[in-house]
Design a protein around this ligand. Structure first.
Ligand code: FAD
Length: 393
């Protein structure tokens, strides 16, 4: 067998699942030097960002959400982790990737799984009053301290624009915020406003549940909100149709693709891919040997861990077939999913949640949250490192 190489850019959710799956399936060929699988990431430490939503309310500690990447990446992979491996250039024509430390990596097959990043500058004034649970574990913890220090006032949860990772997370956070204030503060002394850029949150069945939930909680639920700026001096969010004053502003910042500025990406940094095969179809041309998966991909494909999970298995399987010379493909059929939280537990009540899943052409059915759903949701983040990230399930 001629030597073949796979290069995976990013060792987050998708990169780890694809790499670990291939390392397991091709362990003999790797041992014989016939196949080489390389993973690059600009950091040595992984953080499960999906857990950030819970952090301000004390549900997860650092140890639950942070792991050294080497603890879950197979030793059969060639791993290059750290600042000197920040991707600086991807030349699809010549099959070469250059990194900040000066090294170049060539490949036969490439996986782009570099996820999303943030651009606060898109909202004038935002940088001068920025609190968020989206951007880092530290930011989520700092936000929790601010919420706990308040005894009353106006809290605005502000989502300026789409796409964002996990579009269900901001409303889920708002539900948990309301629960937290009811359990540990005097809720009557707070007003909560939710500013959302589009008419619906998720597909109709999801939107129906969350709209009712926010209404029953007395949350001011503003849809189709079009922002102009944040004015930190006057403490208002200015929109095209009015102003929303706040004492604490919580923002989900505009997202961009992590590879913004590179020739493979569109103007917002997303790396366009075919919605079924996930192969690269972007500004640099069409390349069948290049797969793009997870948050990094086309802006039209929803960005969620669940999506990343399904896509990773499709890409992993098609790469396995590429390496074995099998032409038949498997396709990503658009599986997407969003956890829904009806309520988080308080000393006086149980949590209730569920995972809503849908796919291309098959709408989400009406659903209900359950107590078990909340427990499974919490437990999942604990087993995540040894199951999902190892590419086992
Ligand atoms: C607050 C929040 C809550 C969420 N909640 C949920 C949820 O409840 N359910 C759900 O399904 N999803 C949720 N998500 C979404 C989920 O976390 C993401 O969709 C998922 O992590 C995407 O995986 P990925 O592999 O595409 O990207 P990532 O896991 O972000 O991995 C990208 C990797 O690429 C690396 N990288 C980026 N740029 C470069 C570069 N230039 N050079 C080298 N390396 C680079 C990064 O270091 C990173 O390790 C949530 C996200 C957030 C932020």
């Amino acid at each position: 067998m001629a030597r073949k190489s796979v290069l995976i850019l990013g060792a987050g959710a998708v990169g780890s699942m694809v790499g670990n799956k291939l390392a397991r399936e091709f362990r003999r060929e790797i041992a014989k030097g016939e196949i080489e699988i390389t993973v690059l990431d600009r950091s040595e430490v992984a953080v499960n960002q999906a857990g950030f939503t819970f952090v301000p309310f004390g549900y997860f500690a650092d140890d639950d959400l942070v792991r050294p990447r080497r603890s879950y990446l197979s030793p059969r992979l060639r791993t290059f982790l750290g600042r000197e491996f920040e991707i600086k250039d991807i030349d699809l024509g010549n099959r070469v990737v250059k990194v900040s430390g000066g090294r170049s990596f060539s490949y036969d097959y490439l996986v782009i799984a570099t996820g999303a990043s943030f651009d606060l500058k898109q909202v004038p004034g935002l940088e001068r009053d920025f609190n968020s649970f989206y951007t880092s574990l530290e930011d989520a913890k700092a936000l929790g301290r601010k919420i706990r220090s308040m005894e009353g006032g106006r809290i605005v949860v502000f989502v300026p624009k789409m796409p964002i990772a996990c579009p269900g997370a901001p409303s889920k956070f708002t539900v948990m915020l309301d629960n937290f204030l009811r359990a540990f503060k005097d809720r009557d002394r707070f007003e909560i406003t939710f500013l959302w850029p589009s008419p619906n949150i998720g597909p109709p069945a999801y939107n129906e549940n969350i709209t009712r939930n926010l209404k029953e909680r007395g949350i001011d639920d503003v849809r189709g909100f079009k922002y102009r700026e944040v004015d930190p001096e006057r403490k208002v969010v200015v929109g095209e149709d009015g102003e929303y004053p706040y004492d604490l502003l919580i923002t989900v910042p505009p997202h961009v693709g992590a590879l913004r500025g590179l020739s493979v990406a569109d103007e917002d940094g997303w790396v366009p891919n075919d919605k079924f095969t996930l192969q690269y179809r972007g500004p640099a041309g069409s390349y069948d040997e290049v797969y793009v998966a997870g948050d990094a991909g086309s802006k039209e494909i929803l960005k969620m861990g669940v999506t990343a999970h399904f896509q990773a298995f499709v890409v992993g399987e098609n790469l396995a077939r590429d390496l074995m010379g099998i032409e038949e493909r498997v396709y990503y059929r658009g599986h997407m999913g969003c956890p829904y939280v009806e309520e988080s537990p308080t000393p006086a009540s149980h949590g209730r949640a569920t995972l809503a899943v849908w796919k291309y052409g098959v709408p989400l059915s009406p659903f209900k949250a359950a107590r078990l759903g909340w427990k499974l949701y919490r437990m999942y983040y604990l087993v995540y490192w040894d199951t999902t990230m190892r590419g086992l399930m």
